[in-house]
Design a protein around this ligand. Structure first.
Ligand code: NAD
Length: 256
């Protein structure tokens, strides 16, 4: 299966590192021109400097509707239109219910869910013109619960059902799908969970054990699924929540 995006104009929010960065690199390798969004000018410029001439930077914080509009409009102006929107910007805060503050709730929901919605809203005229499509980053935590991650689960469950509702509303012109990764080897997991724990080796093993395939994913594995959903190979897919989770959400694992 060849994934050819020659001439396609892509916006990836949260494209400066992790899954977003792997997605940007995969689109560039497949011939696309990519607008890369990071939350600050500094992080965006740093990423762009290493990505080559077909990548442009569109910095901005997706947690506000006005900023989402500016990010999308800048990307569409610079690229001369928009074919694909990938909503990848996201944050995760773990901890017991008692420790979750209103500020953490607002930040998580504003970036993960509100930002996704308002980037889509802003992109619609461009995607209607190009008959484009949308891929959102949900999570296995949007399909099943995870203890200690209630707020993140709420935000990603929202992304899954937002994807389904918009797929129905925007059909047949615009396809809307989401991916649901399990644990992926990015800053969100490697830096903030594994390396931040008292026993990083044991924590990494525990995360790997959560998946029947006994490991965490690489960012490139998630990028491949995103490109597939965005490609003509997936023309009969909309409203899908595609699991790339090593079997985590398949059901109860084998017992010893
Ligand atoms: N890593 C995992 O295990 C995992 C699993 C399932 C889903 N996801 C989702 O995948 C997406 C990418 O996560 P990652 O693992 O690459 O994390 P990461 O922390 O490595 O990268 C997050 C990206 O989002 C950007 N971002 C954060 N806040 C932003 C804001 N306000 N405005 C614009 N950009 C912002 C960051 O700059 C960065 O580019 C997120 O939506 C995350 O929830 C991650």
């Amino acid at each position: 299966m060849t994934l050819d995006f020659a001439g396609k104009r892509i916006l990836v929010t949260g494209g400066t590192r992790g899954i977003g960065r792997a997605t940007v690199e995969a689109f560039l390798a497949a011939g696309a021109r990519v607008a890369v969004n990071g939350s600050t000018v500094q992080s965006t410029e740093k990423a762009i400097a290493t990505l080559g001439l077909e990548a442009i930077g569109v910095p901005g914080d997706v947690s506000g509707a006005d900023a989402c509009k500016l990010i999308v409009e800048t990307a569409a102006t610079e690229l001369g239109g928009l074919d694909i929107l990938v909503n990848c910007a996201g944050v995760a805060h773990g901890g017991p219910v008692e420790e979750m503050t209103e500020a953490l709730w607002d930040q998580t929901l504003d970036i993960n869910l509100k930002g996704t919605f308002f980037c889509i809203q802003a992109a619609l005229p461009h995607l209607r013109a190009s008959q484009g499509n949308i891929v959102n980053l949900a999570s296995d935590a949007g399909l099943i619960g995870e203890a200690g991650l209630a707020v993140y689960c709420a935000s990603k469950g929202g992304v899954v059902n937002l994807t389904r509702a918009l797929a129905l509303e925007l059909a047949p012109e615009i396809r809307v799908n989401c991916v649901c990764p399990g644990y992926v080897d990015t800053d969100m997991v490697r830096r903030d969970v594994i390396d931040a724990s008292t026993d990083p080796k044991a924590t990494e093993q525990a995360l790997a054990n959560a998946a029947p395939l006994n490991r965490i994913a690489t960012p490139a594995e998630i990028a491949t699924a995103i490109l597939y959903l965005a490609s003509p190979h997936a023309l009969f897919m909309t409203g899908a929540a595609l699991q790339i989770d090593g079997g985590t959400t398949a059901g109860h694992p084998k017992r010893d």
